[in-house]
Design a protein around this ligand. Structure first.
Ligand code: ADP
Length: 742
């Protein structure tokens, strides 16, 4: 696994992906376009709906207004239908028709017509003979009197002549004023003898129309406007009039003399699915909704109009409102979409983040597992401390090495639980050295105490602990367990010591066997001479006895000579001056400890204590032999403590050096049984031993060696129990003089 791979992956995951953005942008643009189309449709639809609603309302209004106007129109038009008929029944009228030349009858008829006309409220009332000549009229006394006027060419005259009721709207021939002419025949015995006609003015109904905002007009059966709110439209044709009709109209002068057909200044356009049509005014371009109300009984058509602008305004208002609403809708939708997108992006980002956190956590777990297994596989102990010396980290190997768990070690300050009780000074010194930044890069050997009480030998390599900011935050030590190596070395040393001991024993044994061999002869001779002397004394042969005794003492002397020689050899052999050299008793102690003594003491479970002189204690000696002596005395001390430990004190081997009174002194002190008086006086005798398997020559030889160097070997009891063996040698002159020996 590569823990660095995860951040790279996640960085890639966090990067924007343009390939995804493009379709989204396109989607967004498409959506906005669709939205705008919808908004436009909405505006258009709203406009159309409003226009249609307004139009419907206008149609309704027009329908109502048309009905009202038609009612009024019909009311006025039919109001005097009775009047010609009723007037025709009057005897004065038939009398007039029978006697048209009679002035009296005429006057009476004129008066009668005038009175009736006044009462009825009609415009004119008059009577015509069968030729159309007016015989009497309600306006007989006015300048425009109809009397003597001929209306033969008027259709209403012909209708009445034919026996029908005639109705005709036209411009008055005499007055030039328009009006509705209604006529009825005057019958006598079923025969028509004359015609009565009434003229009704339509102004009372048409005048208020001029006050109206929108045009109202009435057309006749030919489509000619004859009544309306717009005076300029009067007598103009709304559709083509056939030439015959034109002729007829000109003939009967319905719309005045000199009338010619002129089209109205507007055009009607029929609307699909609408109750009316649209009226387009030429010139100002105005448009009206036009609704026609047919009056079939009169042959007329009433047209009421309403300005189309209200529809346009309604449409525009609807557009404005719909635009506003659509704008709000579009904005709202865009906002909503934006918000949704942001939410989606946030959601996406959160998912991405969670994914990255998961990836990172996974990577960290992997890295942690990797580190953990790496640490667990390490045989080298790792220990980190902060600047105060507090342990902040230990690995499994370190825990195994000292037998404490990580939780027991982490947080502890010196002295650490695994410090060796015998090396506390040294441990403290090491702490000081490390704190001072003087830890040796070569490492330092350290003896630790395992929780189970065993000693652990280690090498500590300590370096500064630097954090991610380059700050020095403590110390990191790697700890190598060298106990096995140490044990191997000790075993080697022990083996060597064993060898030395064996060699020593062999040397001493050889010496003993030589002694035995050398002494055997004189001793056997002594025994023989003694037996011979005894027998000669019993036989009473004094001369022979003397000789035998002489020979016996000669053998005894020879034995003494042999022993003397050996003593001399022992004394003289190592005393050769060539082997002597200046040496320091402190170094001798160190050396003998290093050689065997420390290992032996450990084996015996005896603590070694040193009390060495500050200055070197110089002597002139055979260094090797002197070391052997110290070694011998040390081993004796250990053996003595093994045989019996002092109850008051624990077993302890103390080596002390000093220079006093011109002497160099090296003492070996123990806490063994000490020296009983009977032992003390025989200590240095050859072959004196209290130990099983002992030879009893060690001390004797040691004394010989020390004495050969001009010194003395002394023994005494120690205060508090134990023995003191002391090597005393003459002090060697100071180094200055030693450099130039005499
Ligand atoms: P060996 O060691 O073979 O017995 P040594 O000459 O070295 O011969 O010792 C002679 C005797 O001196 C020992 O047997 C012992 O009784 C006695 N001795 C030597 N050293 C001590 C000592 N440190 N404490 C008590 N007794 C001792």
């Amino acid at each position: 696994m590569d823990p660095r791979a995860a951040p790279a992956d996640s960085a890639e995951a966090g990067a924007p992906r343009p390939s995804h953005r493009l379709p989204r942008l396109r989607r967004g643009a498409g959506f906005i376009a669709a939205l705008l189309c919808l908004a436009v449709l909405l505006v258009v639809a709203a406009g159309e709906w409003a226009a249609q609603s307004e139009r419907d309302a206008q149609w309704d209004n027009l329908r109502r207004s048309g009905e009202v106007q038609a009612l009024a129109l019909r009311g006025v038009a039919t109001r005097y239908n009775y009047l010609p008929f009723t007037t025709a029944q009057h005897p004065l009228v038939s009398q007039l028709l029978h006697h048209p030349a009679s002035q009296a009858v005429r006057d009476a008829a004129n008066a009668y017509l005038q009175t009736v006309n006044e009462h009825a409220g009609s415009d004119m009332l008059y009577v015509m003979d069968l030729q159309g000549l007016t015989l009497a009229s309600s306006n007989w006394d006015t300048p425009n009197s109809f009397v003597h006027q001929n209306y033969r060419n008027r259709p209403y005259f012909h209708d009445a002549l034919g026996g029908d009721t005639g109705r005709f709207y036209g411009v008055g021939k005499t007055t030039g004023e328009p009006g509705l002419f209604v006529s009825a025949p005057v019958r006598e015995n079923g025969r028509v003898i004359g015609v009565v006609a009434v003229k009704v003015r339509m102004e009372p109904i048409a005048n208020p129309w001029e006050q109206l905002r929108d045009p109202v007009f009435v057309t006749d059966a030919r489509g000619i406007v004859f009544l309306g709110s717009e005076p300029t439209w009067l007598y103009r044709t709304s559709r083509p009039v056939p030439a015959a009709d034109v002729q007829l109209l000109q003939h009967n002068e319905q719309y005045g003399t000199g009338w010619t057909p002129r089209p109205v200044p507007w055009a009607l356009r029929l609307l699909d699915d609408q109750p009316g049509a649209e009226l387009h005014l030429a010139g100002n371009g105005k448009q009206y909704l036009a609704l026609e109300e047919a009056l079939p009984d009169l042959g007329w058509t009433l047209t009421v109009t309403a300005d189309s602008r209200v529809v346009t305004v309604a449409r525009q208002q609807a557009w404005a409102l719909a635009t506003l609403a659509s704008g709000l809708l579009v904005l709202g939708t865009l906002y909503w979409q934006l918000r949704e997108r942001r939410l989606a992006e946030n959601r996406q980002a959160r998912i991405g983040l969670e994914q990255r956190v998961q990836e990172r956590t996974h990577a960290l777990q992997q890295a942690q597992a990797f580190r953990q297994s790496m640490e667990d596989s390490l045989l080298v102990g790792m220990r980190a401390r902060d600047l105060e010396g507090r342990i902040v980290y230990v690995n499994a190997a370190m825990c195994d090495m000292v037998g404490y768990t990580a939780s027991e070690l982490i947080g502890s300050l010196p002295p650490y639980p695994y410090w060796h009780p015998d090396d506390l000074d040294r441990h403290w010194r090491d702490v000081d050295i490390v704190q001072a930044g003087k830890a040796s890069p070569q490492g330092r050997e350290n003896r630790l105490r395992h929780r189970d009480g065993s000693d652990v030998y280690t090498m500590f390599y300590t370096t500064r602990l630097i954090d991610g900011h380059g700050q020095h935050i403590g110390w990191m030590s790697s700890v190598v367990d060298i106990t096995a190596q140490k044990r191997a070395e000790e075993q080697q040393q022990q083996r060597e010591a064993q060898l030395q001991r064996v060699q020593r024993v062999i040397t001493v044994g050889e010496m003993a066997s030589t002694l035995a061999h050398e002494l055997n002869q004189p001793l056997a001779a002594l025994v023989n001479y003694a037996a011979a002397a005894k027998s000669l004394a019993a036989q009473g042969k004094p001369e022979l006895l003397n000789d035998t005794l002489a020979a016996l003492s000669a053998q005894a002397l020879r034995a003494a000579d042999i022993v003397g020689r050996i003593r001399r050899w022992v004394r003289q052999h190592p005393a050769a001056d060539a082997a002597r050299e200046p040496c320091d008793l402190n170094a001798t102690v160190d050396q003998s400890l290093a050689l065997l003594l420390r290992a032996e003491a450990r084996r015996h479970g005896v603590a070694v204590r040193l009390d060495l002189a500050r200055e070197p204690v110089r002597v002139s000696a055979d260094r090797v032999l002197l070391e052997q002596v110290v070694l011998n005395l040390g081993l004796n001390a250990l053996q003595a403590m093994q045989s019996q430990a002092t109850p008051a004190h624990g077993p302890e081997l103390l080596l002390r050096t000093a220079a006093e009174d011109g002497h160099a002194c090296l003492q070996v002190l123990d806490r063994g049984p000490g020296l009983a008086p009977e032992i003390a006086e025989r200590l240095f005798e050859p072959f004196f031993t209290t130990r099983e398997g002992g030879l009893g020559l060690g001390l004797n030889i040691c004394r010989s060696i020390v004495e050969s160097m001009g010194g003395a070997l002394l023994a005494r009891n120690r205060e508090g129990g134990g023995a003191i063996f002391e090597i005393r040698l003459p002090l060697h002159p100071a180094p200055a003089t030693a450099a130039n020996p005499p």
